[in-house]
Design a protein around this ligand. Structure first.
Ligand code: AMP
Length: 290
């Protein structure tokens, strides 16, 4: 596995793959890898001739009071994991190489970046779309892999690629979970033992919501109230947002749920913001009666 620390080096690797006529899959990450990241790598490996992973804790997607400085890191462990999965090259740039002095150009989805998590974390998605555009321009992948766990991020990136005609195909990968249902996240290690136990409530409550939606006619408003009150029963949880939205445009759903929607949760445990999501599908029998 080639380890490239500069844009120049990874561009040279990309040229080599082009000369071989090889297709390239890109897996962008912020490191401190877990099985969720590796599932993205495995899907890329299955489809593409060459896989490039990137590890970059992107400063522009963190707000001033967020966890940039405490974001966990263990590059040697990450490299070992990527090697085992058969990654061909890993790009690990320094912030000053990624953002040259005087950088002032950004990429932003105007609506999608400002709703939901964009309201809790102003500027976050602009940082994401800008760095992902740069990674696409530097690595020029044919396919790029993103987790459904960061559901809004996936929709933001798909929209950016569509709107700007970026020549890459975006692949969404289902969320990989711990045995008890907690969505794997690099931030889980920052949870206290007590919060780690309480954090299971996100996936448990989403499963209940999925069952209710599949078995009873229900309005988006009632279902989100129910989810919020179940989360609020958890003493360690500070509920930031509960939303039921159109699965693609993330527009609000009013009235009876009559198509597949996405439930999006953002919940703080101490200083750690956890997110989770679930696609909810109504029972077709109820739709016919509606
Ligand atoms: P991050 O390092 O948190 O920026 O994540 C890098 C990529 O891995 C993003 O596309 C995430 O959505 C994805 N990812 C993170 N956690 C998971 C998970 N538990 N299952 C699937 N994909 C994930």
């Amino acid at each position: 596995m080639k380890i490239c620390n500069t844009k120049k080096d990874i561009r040279a690797v990309r040229e080599e793959y082009r000369a071989q006529g090889a297709s390239v899959g890109l897996v962008p990450t912020m490191g401190y890898l877990h099985d969720g990241h590796l599932e993205l790598v495995r899907q890329a490996r299955a489809r593409c001739d060459r896989v490039i992973a990137t590890i970059f804790v992107n400063p522009t997607q963190f707000g001033p009071n967020e966890d940039l400085s405490s974001y966990p890191s263990d590059l040697e462990r990450d490299f070992a994991m990527l090697r085992i999965e058969g990654v061909d090259a890993v790009f690990v740039p320094a912030p000053q190489d990624m953002y040259l002095l005087g950088s002032e150009t950004v990429v932003e989805t105007k609506r999608l970046s400002r709703i939901l998590i964009g309201r809790i974390r102003p500027g976050h998605f602009q940082g994401v779309t800008t760095v992902v555009t740069k990674l696409f321009n530097i690595c020029q992948p044919d396919y790029a892999y993103f987790g459904e766990k960061d559901y809004q991020q996936l929709q933001v990136i798909k929209r950016m690629v569509r709107d700007l005609d970026v020549p890459v195909e975006i692949k969404g990968v289902p969320t990989v979970r711990e045995a008890d249902g907690l969505a794997m996240s690099s931030r889980n290690v920052m949870l206290t033992p007590q919060d780690r136990i309480a954090a299971v409530s996100l996936s448990r409550i989403l499963t209940t919501a999925e069952e209710i939606c599949g078995s009873h006619p229900v309005t988006a408003q009632n279902l989100s109230k129910l989810i919020r009150s179940s989360l609020e029963d958890e003493p360690c949880a500070s509920v930031q947002s509960v939303d039921i939205r159109d699965a693609e445009t993330l527009a609000p759903i009013r009235g009876r749920i009559d198509r597949s929607v996405v439930a999006l949760l953002a919940v703080r445990f101490g200083a750690v913001l956890l997110i989770d999501q679930r696609i909810l599908t109504p029972n077709p029998v109820h739709l016919q009666k509606a």
